[in-house]
Structures are given as C-alpha cells and as structure tokens.
Design a protein around this ligand. Structure first.
Ligand SMILES: Cc1ncc(C[n+]2csc(CCOP(=O)(O)OP(=O)(O)O)c2C)c(N)n1
Ligand SMILES: [Mg+2]
Length: 615
C-alpha cells in the first residue's frame, strides 16, 4: 500500500515547493527561495497557515503591494538567470488582480514566477463572497480568469488532489528554458483548507537541472553554410545568452570568427562593454557603432532574442536582402521573420556552430572596420556623459556620474521612462548580469521592487536603481520593505517633473506638449513634490544632489551606507542623447488641425517607404 500523509491542499503545496531543488556551482539549493505574501480572507486561513508551518524551509516575505511583490519575485528570477524562483500569493479579488500586470511582465520577459492568487469557494455555498466578481452567464468564471492570457500555465484548484498534477506541470514550465514564464495556480479558498491523503512520494526531494537542447543536424548545417557565405555578418545577442550562461562561448565565437556582437536591452552585459568586438547596444536605443554595422550587414545571427521593435528599429534598421539565422531555444522566436531557424540552447548552439565553421572567419576588413567604429562611438559617449555644471543636467550626465562613482560591477537596474534608452547606449556594463533592464514590458513601477528582488538574489552586489519621478510615484512602497528586510538599495531618482520621454515623443510626432509634464497637465496648483521627505518617511536615507558634483559625493556616501539610500537630482526633461539611435515606428495621425502633425506624418510616410525585412 502507498504510504500517505494527511495534509490540507495548502500544506501539500508548501511542502512540495520546499522540496524542489536546484544545483548552482555544485551547491544544492532549494529552487524556491521563498514566497511573497499579502494575506486576505482568500489565503490567510488556508495558505497562510501552511506557510507558517513551512516557515523554516520556505520563508515568507511581506510586502506592501501585490504587483510590487511579484516584481520582486520576477527580478529575483532574472538576477538568478532563471535558475531560482519565488512565489507570490494574494487574497481573491483586488489582491489577485493587482498581480495581473506583473504576470504579463513575466510573460513578455520569459521569466519564471509562481503566482498563487486565492479564488472563490469551489463549493459555491456562500456565494457571492466578499470581492467575488459575479459573472451573469458563466458560473466557472472568477477574477482570476484575467490571468489566462498572461500565464504560460494556468490552473484552478477545485479539489485538493488536483494540486498533484498541477504542481508537477508548474515546475516543468518554470524550469523549461523554452516555455518558461509565469505559472498561475488559482487556489479556491475552501479547497486550500481541505484535507487529502497525499502519497508521501510526492514530497520526495527532486533536483531540477536546466535542459540544454543541442541543434538539429540539418539546421546546423544550413546555418553554418549561410554564415560561410556571408561577407558582413553581425551577431545580435539577447537575454537568452545570459540565461544560458553563454557569455564565455559568445566571446570565443566572436574572437574565433571575427564577427562583431551587438546587444539588445535584455542581452546587455552578455559581453563586458570593453570587449574588443562588443559594439554594445543595437536598435532604437543603440550605439552609432552597432547601428552602422546593422545597416550594412548581410547576415544577422540573432542569438536568444525576441527581436522586438526596439532591437530591429521596427525592421527598418537592416538593409533589404539580408538574411537572419535565429538561434533560439524557443522555436517561436527562432523562426521569426523568415529566419533560418537554429533551435538550441545558446551555449550549445554557439559551440556547435563554431565547430561547424571550422577555421572560417569573417573578412578582416569587416572586423577592423567594426573595431574602429566602436572606438569612435566611445568618444561620442564620453562627450555626452562628461561632468557638467549645468543647473539641470541631462539623464546622460547623471548616468556618467553614477558610472564614475559606482563602477561597472554594480547591478544597474531600470525599466521605464527616458532612462532605458540612455542607459542602453551609454552604460558601460561589466560582468554578465550587471545590467538588469526590464524592457520587455517596460513597466513603470518595476524599478524599486525589482531592485529588492535583485538584491535578494545577489546580496553580495551593490544594487543601483535608476528611476524617473513618474515611475517612482507609481510604485515606491517597497522602499519600506527594503529597509525592513535589511536589503540595501541605492536609488537614483531623476526628477524632471513629469513624463519626460513621452512628452518628447509627443513633440516628435507633431503634437503639442499636453498631459505629460506636470506643468502641461490640468492643474489648480503645480505640485512641488518633496521626494527626499517622501523617501525618508519610508525609512530610507534620502538626500538631494544640487549638481553632478554633489551627486558624485552623495553616491560615494551611499556606497558606505548599509540602509537603502535615495539620492534625488533635478534633471532637464527636454534633453536626450542624439548620438546613435534608430527609427522607431510610432504611427502619426493621417489628418490633423496641426501643421506640425501633418509635417510629422509626411516624414513618417517617407520613412515607411524604406524597405524592411519585417515580412
Ligand atoms: C505602467 C506604465 N504606464 C505607462 C507607461 C507609458 N510610459 C512609458 S515612460 C512614461 C513616463 C515615465 O516618466 P518618468 O518615470 O518620470 O521618466 P521620464 O520619462 O521622465 O524619463 C510613461 C507614462 C508605462 N511604460 N508603464
Ligand atoms: Mg520624469
């Protein structure tokens, strides 16, 4: 007879989670390092009690906002290169729907997170319970159905034994490099508390090791042949390079073949900025060095990238007639835009492709031209990041100060606003993972909570969050959690009094400044927000830097602080770096009262005549 143990569904869930293991650098570790929880009636009695019982093996962390706690969990997985994860549990109703944006963020970025929202009573007897969304024509619908389009796997647990297959499927998805993304298990609140005789074998420790699929022989041969025929090949390195731990192999590949490498937002820091063939950022927010090569290249080897529009300049960046090889562990990405697919793990794929190429190298003139372009770009970047006495420095000048004060080995984290573009171009990343950009969803409010997750993953590193005033105001409450948990962040807050980058985009598409900067929004009183007082009230050390010189002093001080430190600096909302960059397709109105919009539409139509390979 199978030995069983009588547990509630919630107890079975926490017991199972705590027994799933991974191995990193020879060390066996729990694959779930904890659960973020905000309790309500939908999870406190069931899952709350179970988490308490398991608290020594599976720690619980409390946050202030469900979306933010999921951001922390997602950033934790990203900073761990998807090798370790966290779960997040909420009550039903608003607690659950607060998680939906974070689920979408994890979905877009292909990042693993286990979401455990509470759900309504499976037995329906007390319906409608507090916070239940009643659907008039479908009794099986609850607010948690919102998770379906933004989860890689969704299940609703309406009987206690269902948790057995659901958890196994959850772990399969979370640990699969191709399928990887958010898993949502909606836990009916009565079922959380229901007991069942679970087989003891279900709770045996299980080791999960990452799968590294090797290329198909025919795809490999076709990719090698295409590369050998290329005169001007270019590598585009995406986040998949980092997640696969393929940085060393990429460096070897580039050195052996002489093919220059460009990095997407997700792929930045795959190679250190000063690696000889690293042309750094590509695309809309790319360097002049990378984008010039992209415009000339006859073959793009896209490694571990989703090829989003910021990378491809809405597909206008590349010249017509070039071909693409899609080296990706996910066939969906590998075959995008008529690419020759090379479905494989990035590290394995690059190594086998290098072998298949024998001693082939790209023409020497292409390689030396690339190196010269990089040197020229560094000079341009130096000029825009140099120190200044300007009363309102640019984002680029602030970035220069942060880099000079804190170096390349911090973990620099950002997500939305003008900063991603400037940092992608200008930040000189150090070792793999030192640059953490959430630019798949570019979600305002990811930054501070994400910093918290990154710090949990890498407590040995200084985590530096760069954030605009808009993003800060959208979500800042986890500053208090960082203080409470002793997880120190250095937060640099650039206050340009509004949504600077969207105001610039608005003007660039011919519209008047309207509803973005505070001064251009309907108001009775123009707000003077005291960010120093605000951050201080949450427990951080907070100070204002009146200039770039003061910022450098403040950051030197922040480095020695053991508590979260927020340094606020006023910046110019109208300036962004002109050097580098590429076109981005943002549709301009076809008819308008404004002559500026009509002119912008005319140049938009002109640009769209350029051939693209976005077919
Ligand atoms: C949650 C969310 N809402 C809206 C947007 C659209 N958006 C992108 S950047 C931005 C403004 C950001 O303002 P701020 O953080 O101050 O940065 P700045 O543009 O001033 O550099 C907005 C509204 C978004 N990315 N995320
Ligand atoms: Mg702003």
């Amino acid at each position: 007879m199978t030995a069983t143990i009588r547990l509630t569904m919630a107890q079975a869930l926490t017991r199972y989670l705590s027994r799933q293991m991974t191995e990193i650098d020879g060390q066996r570790l729990p694959i779930f390092s904890g659960v973020w929880a905000i309790f309500g009636h939908g999870n406190v009695a069931g899952l709350g009690e179970a988490l308490w019982q398991e608290r020594d093996r599976l720690p619980t962390f409390r946050a202030h906002n469900e979306q933010a706690m999921a951001h922390a969990a997602i950033a934790y997985a990203k900073a761990n290169m998807r090798r370790r994860f966290m779960a997040a549990t909420t009550s039903i109703g608003p607690g659950a729907t607060n998680l939906v944006t974070a689920a979408a963020l994890a979905h877009v970025n292909r990042l693993p997170v286990l979401l455990l929202p509470g759900d309504v009573f499976a037995n329906r007897i007390p319906d409608p319970v507090l916070q239940q969304v009643e659907h008039f024509s479908d009794g099986t619908v609850s607010a948690n159905d919102c998770f379906k389009p933004v989860s890689r796997y969704f299940d609703r647990i309406t009987r206690p034994e269902q948790i057995i297959p659901a958890l196994q499927r959850a772990l399969q998805v979370l640990t699969d490099p191709a399928e990887c993304g958010p898993v949502t298990l909606a836990l009916c609140q009565d079922v959380q508390a229901e007991a069942y005789d679970y087989p003891e074998s279900f709770f045996e420790e299980r080791l999960w090791t990452p799968r590294r699929p090797r290329p198909d022989r025919a795809e490999l041969a076709a990719a090698a042949a295409a590369l050998k025929a290329a005169k001007k090949p270019l590598i585009v390195a995406g986040g998949g390079v980092l997640y696969s731990g393929a940085s060393d192999e990429l460096a070897r590949f580039a050195t052996q073949t002489g093919i220059p490498v460009c990095e997407t937002q997700g792929g930045k820091s795959a190679l250190p900025d000063d690696a000889p063939l690293n042309m750094a950022a590509i695309g809309v927010t790319g360097t002049g060095a990378a984008n010039r090569l992209a415009a000339e290249a006859d073959l793009i080897l896209a490694v571990g990238t989703r090829l989003q529009d910021f990378t491809t300049g809405s597909w206008a960046l590349f010249a017509a007639g070039k071909s693409v090889i899609g080296l990706n562990v996910q066939a969906f990405d590998a075959g995008k835009h008529r690419a020759l697919p090379l479905v494989a793990d990035a590290r394995e794929g690059l190594a086998e492709l290098r072998d298949a190429l024998g001693g082939w190298t790209a023409p020497a003139s292409w390689t030396s031209d690339a190196k010269a372009g990089k040197a020229a770009w560094r000079k341009e970047a130096q000029a825009v990041t140099a120190a200044t006495n300007a009363a309102l420095p640019s984002d680029a000048q602030v970035i220069g100060a942060v880099q000079r004060s804190l170096g390349a080995e911090v973990i620099l984290l950002h997500a939305a606003g003008g900063l991603p573009g400037e940092l992608h171009k200008l930040w000189q990343a150090g070792s793999p993972g030192s640059y953490h950009a959430e630019y798949g969803f570019s979600c305002m409010g990811y930054e501070i909570a994400g910093g918290l997750g990154a710090k949990m993953a890498r407590p040995d590193r200084e985590v530096v969050v760069m954030v605009g005033d808009g993003s800060y105001l959208m979500m800042n409450s986890e500053i208090a959690t960082s203080v409470m948990l002793g997880l120190k962040l250095t937060i640099v807050l650039l206050d340009n009094r509004g949504f600077g980058c969207i105001n610039r985009l608005q003007n660039a598409t011919g519209s008047a400044s309207f509803n973005n900067l505070l001064k251009d929004a309907r108001h009775e009183t123009l707000p003077e927000i005291d960010f120093v007082a605000h951050a201080g009230s949450l427990g951080a050390i907070a100070l204002k830097a009146g200039s770039i010189a003061e910022l450098e002093t403040a950051l030197a001080q922040a480095k020695t602080n053991t508590r979260t430190t927020v340094v606020v600096i006023d910046t110019d909302p109208l300036v962004s770096t002109g050097a580098g960059g590429a076109w981005w397709d943002v549709a301009v109105p076809e008819v308008s009262e404004r002559a500026e919009v009509r002119a912008a539409r005319a140049s938009y139509d002109e640009r769209r005549k350029r051939p693209t390979i976005g077919d």
